[in-house]
Every structure is written in C-alpha cells, then in structure tokens.
Write a protein that binds this ligand. Structure first.
Ligand code: NAD
Length: 296
C-alpha cells in the first residue's frame, strides 16, 4: 500500500480562507475586527521568523496584528504590565507570548497572567483544565491542526485506537485529550514506554511528537494506519541541512493508509489554527456564534 499524503499546506490555505471569509462577515455585519497581539522577548532567530510569519498571515486574513518586541533583559514586572494592558484592550482578542522566554522570566507566571479568554495558544492552566474536562476552551494550535486533518480524513474518529508518542504540555497531552474527546481509545507513549514498537503497532492513528529525527520506522506501523508527524528536526544534508519528521517517511508511507509529510504537513496548520483561535476568541468575546469547523 502507498499512503495517501495529507497535504497540510493546502489544508492550511483552506483554513485561512475560511477564517478570512468569516472575518469579512464580522466586519460587514458587526463592525468587528479580530485582533492578535504577539509578544516576543529577546532576539531568538527562530522565534523572530515565527513571529514575522504570524503577523503576515494575521494581516492577510483581514485581522489586526500587533507586535511587541521587547529587549532580552526586559523585567518580569514590565512584561506582566504589558500583558495586563493587552488583557484590558478591547481591540485585542488573542494574546500570544512567544516561547521560550529568556531564563530570568517565569514562563508559568507569564502565561498564567494572560486572560484565559484571550489565550490563543491554549497554554493557560484554565484552558488546560477546561480541555481536560471536555469543556469549551482555547485549544493549543498544533494539536488542533492535527485533529482537523484527522477529522477531515476519517470523518468520525470514534472507537479508533490512537497512540500519541510524546507527553509534552504543548503537543502530546492536549493531542491525547482531543482524541479522547473524539472517542478514540488513547495511549500516550513516551521516553520510558516499554516495547514502543508493539504499542505503536496497535494504533489506527499514530501521532508522533518527539523531536527525534525519523525514529518511527515503517515496520512499527499497522497497515492502513494514519500517521501524523508533528516532529520538525533539522538534519545534515551534504553541506546543507534539511527538515525531517519523527517518522521515517518512506518506510512509513509504504505501509500507512495516510501520512503527513515534513515539511508541508502539520507545520503550516499551526499558524492557521492560531488565526482560527483568534477568530473564535473574538466571536466568544462578542457573544456571537463560533465559526463552524474551526474549533475542537
Ligand atoms: P518535547 O521535547 O517537549 O517533548 C518530547 C516528548 O517526546 C517527551 O514527552 C518525551 O517523553 C518523548 N520522547 C523523547 N524521547 C522518546 C523516545 N525515545 N521514545 C518515545 N518518546 C520519547 O517536544 P514537543 O514540544 O512536544 O515537540 C515535539 C516535536 O514536535 C519537536 O520536533 C518539535 O519541533 C515539533 N513541534 C512541531 C510543531 C509544529 O508546528 N509542527 C509545534 C510544536 C512542536
């Protein structure tokens, strides 16, 4: 079997178009413009690239984009004061603090200071708790993107066996909660899991979020399973480098029913879901119906 390729780039373009249409209607019918504020502390090159791309895509879908670039030695008090001001700003519906923060800043404290209704990354403890108890929350963007692709491919996920490899707060755990919410039987595997190969072989759905280049070989995959590769790993390629995922693409694609490539799979969905979350936050803040198909 050769797997169907799940094209995350095309899917993300569709999500952005849907968001853009909805934003147009909000403007025309309610005079509302969803606003996203991104806060970047320091000059981490990868973070700068992400922030630029977030700002550009936010504007492209017709939303307001505000960027706050703070010096690397910004004090915690100053950062918290900025977040407080953004919490109080009615034109801002989503606040994202780009992680990682410089070491002198307490990430938990900073994320905890964001109004949960504006926490478009879904990292605030209130949103984590709401998601864990199956209530309406802001859902972390990367797992939300994976869920959207899985729903689109399968329709219903009910009763499927899902294995999530990785237990991070950003990807693994929320991904498992979302799959549980869609009535999968979920296993979370991690660095201490015994017989990982056997665990993965049981899965109809495999989500790999580990950060180890090509660690999942094709002979771990149940024939016909759907493989969602969250990993983004840069590896040497002659004198240059290239990106690979956490699964060995060629051997997995030969066995799986469907697979996301790296790049061009989960990656583009993350920012698209950030825009979707900002739109959702704006609708909720104004007592309007949420956009269909763009939430968990
Ligand atoms: P993390 O380092 O926080 O977590 C990695 C997890 O993998 C841990 O829970 C650990 O227990 C598990 N793990 C480590 N070694 C293992 C092993 N040998 N076997 C089984 N499990 C093992 O990473 P993260 O933030 O969850 O990110 C995971 C990957 O996803 C990274 O490559 C990251 O770059 C990528 N990522 C991509 C996006 C995107 O937009 N596509 C977003 C976030 C993260």
């Amino acid at each position: 079997m050769t797997a169907q390729v799940i094209d995350g780039k095309a899917f993300a373009a569709r999500v952005r178009a849907q968001v853009g249409e909805h934003v147009g209607r909000l403007k025309a019918e309610h005079g509302l413009v969803p606003g996203l504020a991104v806060v970047l502390v320091g000059e981490d090159p990868a973070s700068q690239v992400y922030v630029r791309s977030k700002g550009k895509q936010t504007v492209e879908v017709g939303m307001k984009s505000v960027e706050h670039r703070l010096e690397v030695d910004t004090s915690e008090a100053d950062l918290l004061a900025l977040i407080e001001a953004l919490n109080a700003d009615a034109s801002i519906h989503g606040i994202l603090v780009q992680l990682p923060l410089p070491k002198h800043l307490n990430e938990e404290l900073v994320i905890g200071s964001i109004d949960p209704a504006k926490d478009v990354d879904g990292f605030h403890i209130s949103n984590v708790g709401l998601l864990g108890t199956g209530q309406k929350s802001m859902v972390p963007c990367t797992p939300l993107g994976c869920l959207m692709m899985l729903r689109d491919h399968h329709g219903s996920l009910s009763g499927m066996d899902a294995v999530v490899i990785g237990r991070s707060n950003i990807v693994g755990k929320p991904m498992a909660q979302l799959l549980l919410g869609d009535s999968c039987t979920v296993t979370i595997a991690h660095s201490r899991t015994k017989d990982l190969a056997d665990v993965v072989r049981r899965a109809d759905i495999v989500v790999a979020a580990v950060g180890r280049p090509e660690m999942v070989p094709g002979d771990w995959i149940k024939p016909g399973a759907t493989v969602i590769d969250v990993g983004i790993n840069r590896v040497p390629n002659g004198e240059k480098t290239r990106l690979v995922g956490d699964v060995d693409y060629d051997s997995c694609a030969a066995v799986a029913g469907a697979i996301t490539p790296v790049p061009g799979g989960v990656g583009p969905m993350t920012i698209a879901c950030l825009l979707a979350n900002t739109l959702t936050a704006c609708c909720r803040a104004n007592g309007l119906p949420e956009p269909e198909g763009l939430t968990a």
